[in-house]
Design a protein around this ligand. Structure first.
Ligand code: NDP
Length: 245
């Protein structure tokens, strides 16, 4: 069997493009999301488009037991997982003064605790196989902080620490762990923003445009490839020059 990639939040937005990019590279792709009907529909669409290796499984990445069960089910079916893309993420924005505990907890659970929940069971398999690629999707706002996003900025900053520590622990086992930090990407979320606000956002981006999810997917593909074996513990910013640290 060929290589297997597990992509959380893998049917729409950035994750959807990452799944598609891996399918184009003939990976067995398993997309994870919380909506069983949407997942079924996604698999049908991909298979109708000729991607026979598209598969999906429902799992809430904020729930450790579900992640364990999901990985166990997948390993029975596919035997190994070569690439894990921890992409699922949410926002629950509010200034800190107005933020309630549920907004804080939800964002930490989905964006940060998911790193433990999904990576833990997958890593056991990668260690046994002595190979693997773990790609964690953070954000420009985890690097620089963002007004109204103390929860999200904290969670995404935590992803950087997680990446760097784990990369050191598993480097000798032929497993790399890296972070991608997108800037503003042209997803559904951005399309919902009023034109004047969007123009103000784009004005802050030196290249003068939003990023495309395909550009994130291309980078993820490279990090997953054999060519990227010397890149580990890195954060790769892909933000049009908006934040250069
Ligand atoms: P979307 O909202 O378009 O997609 C997020 C995906 O994550 C959905 O498939 C969603 O599925 C899934 N998801 C959410 N919660 C869970 C959960 N608990 N368990 C499993 N899956 C879940 O997001 P984007 O594509 O915009 O973002 C993808 C990643 O990139 C996120 O980590 C985000 O923080 C990051 N990012 C995005 C930027 C942007 O400009 N778009 C900029 C910087 C970073 P469901 O339908 O179940 O909710």
């Amino acid at each position: 069997m060929g290589k297997v990639a597990l992509v959380t939040g893998g049917i729409r937005g950035i994750g959807g493009k990452i799944s598609l990019r891996f399918l184009l590279e003939h990976y067995q792709v398993i997309a994870v999301d919380t909506d069983a009907d949407r997942l079924k529909e996604w698999v049908e669409i991909q298979r109708a488009a000729g991607f026979a290796k598209a598969d999906a499984i429902r799992c809430d990445v904020s729930d450790y037991a579900q992640c364990q069960d999901t990985v166990s089910t997948l390993l029975k079916q596919y035997g190994h997982i070569d690439v894990l893309v921890n992409n699922a993420g949410i926002t629950r924005d509010a200034t800190f003064k107005k933020m309630d505990k549920s907004q804080w907890d939800a964002v930490i659970q989905v964006n940060l605790n998911s790193m433990f929940n999904m990576t833990k069971p997958v890593l056991d398999n990668m260690l046994a196989n002595q190979r693997g690629r773990i790609i964690n999707i953070s954000s420009i706002n985890g690097q620089k902080g963002q007004f109204g996003q103390t929860n999200y900025s904290a969670a995404k900053a935590g992803v950087h620490g997680f990446t760097k520590a784990l990369a050191q622990e598993v480097a000798r086992k032929n497993i790399t762990v890296n972070t991608i930090s997108p800037g503003y990407i042209n997803t559904e979320m951005m399309q919902a923003i009023p034109t004047d606000v969007l123009e103000a956002i784009v004005a802050q981006i030196p290249v003068g445009r939003l990023g495309e999810a395909d550009e994130i997917a291309e980078l993820a593909m490279y990090l997953a490839s054999d060519k990227a074996g010397f890149i580990t513990g890195s954060n790769i910013a892909i933000n049009g020059g908006q934040h250069m640290y």
